[in-house]
Design a protein around this ligand. Sequence first.
Ligand code: PEP
Ligand code: MG
Length: 754
Amino acid sequence: MVGPANVGGSRILLRKLREIMETGGVAQERLDRLVAMIASTMVADVCSIYLTRGAVHELFATEGLKPEAVHRTRLKHGEGLVGLVAETAQPLNIADAPHHERFSYRPETGEDPYNAFLGVPIVRSERTFGVLVVQNRASRIYGEDEVEALQTIAMVLAEMVASGAFGDLSGLADVEARASRPELLNGRAFSDGLAIGTVVLHEPHAPLGRVIADDPVKEEQRLDAALIQVRTTLQEMLDGDPGRISGVSREVLEMFLMLANDPSWETKLKHGVRAGLSADAAVERIRGEHRAKFNKTRDPYLRERLHDLEDLDNRLLRALAGVDGAPKQEMPADAVLVARELGPAELLDYGAERLKGLALEEGGATAHAAIVARALGIPMVGLLPGLLSRVEAGDAIILDGERGEVRLRPEEAVVSAYQERIQFRTARAAEFARIKDTPAITQDGAQITLLLNAGLALDVHHLDEVGAEGIGLFRTEFQFMVSETLPRLESQTLLYRDVLETADQRPVTFRTLDLGGDKVLPYVTAEREENPALGWRAVRIGLDRPALLRYQLRALISAAAGRRLRVMFPLVTLIAEFDAARALVDRELEWARKHGRELPAQIEVGVMVEAPALAWSIPALKGRADFLSIGTNDLMQYFFAADRGNARVSDRYDILSPPALRLLKQIREDADAANLQISICGEAAGRPLEALAFTALGYRRLSMPASGVGPVKRLVLSLNAREAAEAVSPLLHSDVPSVRAELTSIAAAHAWAL
Ligand code: PEP
Ligand code: MG
């Protein structure tokens, strides 16, 4: 229940605070009156405000410490108890301050006799820019009510400083209450492209200036209305078809609804409003608490629940702004979405038309949103620590999905440099569009088949856009990764049929589930492995747990009824594994036949060459496999013993090194001798210089991301394959770590377009 004493305390404080602000006067005087008022209302001997100026926390006002210390006492970051509060962004409530290990004695303040210390951070939009402190001579711990009251005041103070209510305060210009300077953040590029736009926050903030309630009764009514709206929407989603509306699964919605109906959540929110906060500010305060707990919690289950709670807080904030569940409606035309983390389904909800770009503070190692961002053609940068504490909604932003950078509030000159880069990209895109229907034939008549790597139904539309001849690698696990629950047989079949129909007559090579390693499913708790890349993954799982693989094969066979079906298995290491996998295909064909289903008109079963052991077994695949495809991403990770997902080593070894090129040459020769069609489908195939080398080694089929088709086509059209082979041959036995430089100058000398 709401404790009347506490509510009363906060409310009195807020009323007095408002009176002080309304009486006007010089900023420093108002601040002085404010600390005096807090000290007297809370019966504290000292009340001080520290604000962060550059590298120090400076005493801006005090009641109880010596007045001459104001603007003179400065604590370095992390120094003293004030530094500790700012660093952790958490309240600190201790009875015996002088004996705390972080206590820093400042003689000029005359603070010798104070034992009890309560400090709370002054935070806004996750940015801590000060600390509000009360102290008492008596050694005691402050009550929960007092902590909460001080936090409420700190929150209001934060808004006032940020909104310029203390405009002429000396030194305030250096206090960064709102992010205002240009900033460059380095993250990781997850989806290619550039965007200049306006920040839209996925997790909104209470509007500036709307923190203290003008009319608490009205605020409570607003809160009630918003709560009803959130609950009703959740209930409606649950009653309808949740998967279709939001991509959120039933269990997740049920959990949300349970939390939304939890009386303690409502009580806490009401508490804030009755204490004098606006409904928005009350929600934001609770959200801050949930987030702080989340950051402290290690337990994965609890973290998930706290994440759900935060999500609910966000829904409520949106409802209060009158746009629940539909952040889309108020989007500027050049919206760049900024969030801590975003699920793939949520990204699909926003849709490509509404977003120019996506920047994520976390965007984890597996970043499933990245898969969707790429399919939608939205540039995306992730792994940007501190992003949310540095942006405000409406800030100008440049998102660089080439370099993995984000620039906030950029200078004019930077904006124009980027405008030029965007123009350059547009011009290149126009050039690629011009050649998209030209057959990829080299100057000396070698025909190169350019194929697309895809993973979602959305990707298949790129076929026409870039002019690829088919899909050389369809990563079926993407469907599993972007959905909240295990896709059923029907939804798998639907997807495969949709893909085949969109591809029309063009061939599609489906790769069976490649899970494990870096590809984890949110709804399957996998056993922790010491070396996941070398662990239980891909076809190994498929053979040990054949039900999943058989269902997938059944879906593929049924989707390809009357058509051509090409299917291949990932990470096969032994011939026996391929035989076993192929036997499953035969079993499923038999099953379909027995059940009177229409069979595919033609079936080709292939294998990915990703394990070095298989690379040395090509001759034995003769007559067993129908085609081969080299996954250079994995093959190189195993060849060089360098984790492809570990930034420290993933770029350490070059596929354009003599040993790697010799291996690729050997595989191609063995495949030719065994009469096996062979392609390369790793990312490298989409880069012109690598494509040049592969063509020189005799490869004629390359499968790549959509963005690679234009550049590689341009190269092919300019290339002489025979001359390329002659130029590359002597490099194969050089002893340099990489022949990249040599190859680049050879290309330049021949005017081959890189
Ligand atoms: C590869 O390993 O090169 C490949 C194409 O497969 P994936 O990147 O999906 O592992
Ligand atoms: Mg692979």
